[in-house]
Design a protein around this ligand. Structure first.
Ligand code: NAD
Ligand code: WQD
Length: 343
């Protein structure tokens, strides 16, 4: 049990944050969540409570609000912060770059300031495979350089990692987790992804199409140099992403005190094409999924997946769900939120 350790989770009502809170509570950690609920809903907190049977200490606080964070830190004895709070849409970031720089950099800076003031050293940061830009390697390891970011969103993740690397010399211990493509939902279907408007990401578009909310899925390009012409990605179950955060906290607990910055890829290590995913969805759910082939989406990388050997070795972490299970869980969640029965 780790009940003596109190973890602050920013953005903990969001998709990955909520799944991580479930894993932390299940591992015996005490958890406090802050979230504006701007990009999520309180039902995620209720879902966490239904799964774990534990009441969540939730505060509607904006991470840009230093005074509110300061008051929260003064009233609690946090041992670490997991910082999810950020905006995450690539497309939106192109239209609203200032909002993205302001929120994604501002929230990190304010969290670091308050941590420093209250002598909290350990932070786990939500980074992204997007930091690699268009990588030269197909199976990317952490030594790959940051290429030009494909979007302001990607730039914010690169800049946040730079900031974290710099502050690590100032008493912080930082683990940056570079997620590849998180998909799926908790197996209980109590929590999952709540996309705003028309989804940009593949799996929510797939489940919304299967649910009849969208007419058909467009596969963006079938003329890439891949096994079936569609792009290849590393799709990882969100609960596996979540469990890696618990392992990261456990790992920091085992390290000597002192400065630390380390980044880890968080993926399965398996490349899966868009068409393979579509076919797998139809196979495992048995539902109809109308789709058509469209033109390439600007900015898409042809083929990229993680080399996760660093995190496998350092944390003793590996994935537990396969693609079929991830898609079944995504579909169960979609049916739950749409109140669909009998399909
Ligand atoms: P999400 O939008 O579901 O969750 C983010 C949460 O943060 C939301 O609940 C939102 O209301 C909250 N939030 C945003 N700004 C805030 C602020 N200033 N103060 C307090 N709360 C704030 O997104 P997610 O998919 O759970 O992503 C979590 C993190 O992981 C983000 O940093 C994202 O950039 C990163 N990430 C996500 C993916 C992905 O595909 N989902 C991939 C790589 C990295
Ligand atoms: C996957 C594949 C599309 C929708 C994004 C961010 C990245 C990270 C993860 C945050 C691509 C294809 C999609 C559709 C399609 N997020 N597709 N039809 O682009 O790999 O990564 O999410 O950090 O930064 O860029 O994910 O789910 O948008 O696309 O054919 O309707 O599915 O072209 O090949 P992506 P995605």
């Amino acid at each position: 049990m780790n009940s003596d350790q109190h973890i602050l989770v920013t953005g903990g009502a969001g998709y990955i944050g909520a799944h991580t809170v479930v894993e932390l509570l299940s591992a015996g950690y005490k958890v406090t969540v802050v979230d504006t609920l701007e990009r999520s809903e309180y039902r995620m907190i209720e879902g966490i409570e239904s799964i774990t049977g534990i009441r969540v200490d939730f505060h509607k606080i904006d991470c840009l609000d230093f005074v509110a964070l300061d008051t929260l830190f003064a009233a609690n004895d946090f041992s670490a912060v997991i910082h999810f709070a950020a905006y995450k849409s690539v497309n939106e970031s192109v239209v609203k770059p200032l909002e993205y720089y302001n929120n994604n950099l501002g929230s990190l800076l304010s969290v670091l300031e308050v941590m420093k003031k209250h002598h909290v050293q350990d932070i786990i940061f939500s980074s992204s495979c997007t930091v690699y830009g268009q990588p030269d390697q197909i199976q990317v390891d952490e030594s790959a350089p940051f290429k030009t970011a494909e979007s302001p969103y990607g730039s914010t993740k690169q800049l946040c990692e730079h900031i974290l690397k710099d502050v690590a010399t100032d008493g912080f211990r930082v683990i940056s987790l570079r997620y590849f493509n998180p998909i799926g939902a908790h197996p209980s279907a109590m929590i999952g992804e709540l996309p705003i408007g028309v989804p940009n990401n593949l799996v929510p578009y797939v489940t919304q199409t299967a649910a009849g909310v969208r007419d058909k899925l467009t596969v963006f390009g079938n003329d890439y140099n891949t096994l079936d012409g569609s792009c290849v990605r590393d799709f990882i179950h969100v609960s596996d992403v979540a469990s890696a955060h618990v392992k990261a906290i456990d790992y920091l607990n085992q390290q000597q005190k002192g400065n630390l910055f380390d980044a880890y890829n968080l993926g399965t290590g398996q490349g899966v094409s868009v068409l393979q995913l579509v076919k797998k969805f139809i196979e495992v759910t048995g539902v109809k999924l109308p789709y058509t082939i469209g033109s390439r989406r600007p900015g898409d990388v042809e083929k990229v997946y993680a080399d996760p050997s660093k995190i496998n070795k350092a944390f003793g972490w590996s994935t537990t769900y396969d693609l079929g299970q991830s898609l079944i869980h995504a579909w169960q969640w979609e049916k739950k939120i749409r109140n669909l029965k009998g399909i």
